[in-house]
Design a protein around this ligand. Structure first.
Ligand code: NDP
Ligand code: MG
Length: 390
């Protein structure tokens, strides 16, 4: 019997690569639920190819078109964020790939944990926004989370067979993004087109901009803190422009284990879907002789101030990272629409941190309220509205 899988964000970069993996292992995996944001044409095409039981579009204005196209094929349809979260309780799948972007991943992931589903976690924002709460829920649930983020998948793989008490440090690699070699002055004036041109990975627009500001690395430090139950002091980021070493773990005896591979998300997707087992690759394997040098350097928080938001958020706790995430979602969009300049992504976030009330021990409703208040504040500040507001 194949593993039945729900893909949240099936039309995105991770979603389409997940479908590619599924198509290569038809006896092993079946896409049972497909959910997208607003790209209804692509969702219809995917549904007619993969024949899920249910297709969901978050954008309710696209529902009629979805229903009309899929009901003759006997595929159930639904629309809206609430329907997407409700679908997590269905009995016809056991694994959820959380590949929507931003805060939209949080509520469905929580519902999936409560329903005891296995989670292939791509949506890192879930743990950035509410890592403490989600970790607490996981402790009382049979759910296992296997990370899809390449760095966290690498760390997960390095930890297999090891005693967690012997881990001294997690070393997260970063490509450094498109502006690694730019001066501070050059970074001031970069355009959206320059920021969208990532040197190593082909990803969705939001994470590509997060990589350019290096907030993505700050988010990954927060994600690692919750996934692997280590202290913030035990996590270090190192810039590795070739993106071949996906991350490392240092142990108390001085040994450092690393996972290497070509930069291709299908490896961590396969590993997560296969319940942390090794399935054969279709992409070319790594040939180290193709690389004259693998280099490592310290990240520069003077040039990339968003890096400082990880230690800040982890020290402060509470709803601080939720504020950072929400302000960033609006600021990234404002930058892409040329309403703010690149360095203003960081200053927009810090202004939101000053303006939005701090809550020390937030519960789910506090995170929801913090997200909404921060989005409203930042939309007014930047003059930019985000679509599909949750
Ligand atoms: P994309 O922008 O390529 O795709 C996002 C997906 O989410 C699309 O299917 C989109 O639908 C859907 N979506 C957007 N908003 C909503 C919403 N409100 N409700 C439901 N669905 C929605 O993003 P990526 O695939 O690049 O990234 C997805 C997640 O994975 C992010 O959290 C990212 O940080 C993480 N990740 C991505 C990596 C990568 O290589 N891409 C690597 C590591 C982590 P539509 O297009 O139909 O509007
Ligand atoms: Mg990553």
């Amino acid at each position: 019997m194949p593993h039945n899988i729900a893909i949240l964000g099936s039309t995105g970069s991770i979603g389409t690569q997940t479908l590619d993996v599924i198509s290569r292992f038809p006896e092993r995996f079946k896409a049972t639920v497909l959910a997208a944001g607003s790209n209804v044409d692509q969702l219809i095409e995917q549904a007619l190819t993969f024949r899920p039981a249910l297709a969901i579009i978050a954008d309710e204005s696209k529902y009629a078109r979805l229903h009309e196209a899929l009901s003759p094929a006997g595929i159930e349809t639904a629309a809206g964020s609430a329907a997407l979260a409700d679908a997590m309780e269905r009995q016809d799948f056991d694994t959820v790939v959380t590949a929507t972007v931003g805060y939209s991943g949080l509520l469905p992931t929580i519902r999936a944990i409560r329903a005891g589903k296995q989670i292939a976690l791509a949506n890192k924002e879930t743990l950035v926004v509410a890592g403490e709460l989600v970790t607490r829920l996981l402790a009382d649930s049979p759910t296992r989370v296997i990370p899809v983020d390449s760095e966290h998948s690498a760390i997960y793989q390095c930890l297999v067979g090891e005693d967690p008490a012997t881990v001294s440090k997690l070393i997260i690699t970063a490509s450094g993004g498109p502006f690694r070699t730019f001066t501070r002055e050059q970074i001031e004036d970069v355009t959206p087109a320059q920021a969208l041109h990532h040197p190593r990975w082909n990803m969705g627009a939001k994470i590509t901009i997060d990589s350019a500001t290096m907030l993505n690395k700050a988010f990954e430090i927060i994600e690692a803190r919750w996934l692997f139950d280590v202290t913030p002091e035990q996590i270090e980021a190192v810039v590795h422009p070739q993106s071949i070493v996906h991350s490392m773990v240092e142990f108390i005896d001085g040994a450092v284990k690393a996972q290497l591979g070509i930069p291709d998300m299908r490896l961590p997707i396969r590993y997560a879907l296969g319940d942390a087992s090794r399935l054969p690759a279709s992409e070319r394997p790594l040939s180290l002789s193709d690389y004259a040098h693998l280099t490592f350097e310290k990240p520069d928080p003077e040039k990339f101030p968003c890096l400082t938001l990880a230690p800040y958020a982890l020290r402060r706790g509470g709803n601080a990272a939720c504020i950072i995430n929400a302000a960033n979602e609006v600021a990234v969009r404002a930058f892409l629409e040329e309403k703010i300049r690149f360095p203003e992504i960081y200053t927009t976030i810090t202004r939101a941190l000053d303006a939005i009330p701090f809550i020390e021990t937030p519960e789910l409703e506090d995170y929801v309220a913090t997200h909404r208040a921060t989005v409203t504040f930042t939309e007014e500040l930047t003059g930019c509205k985000i679509p599909l507001r949750v």
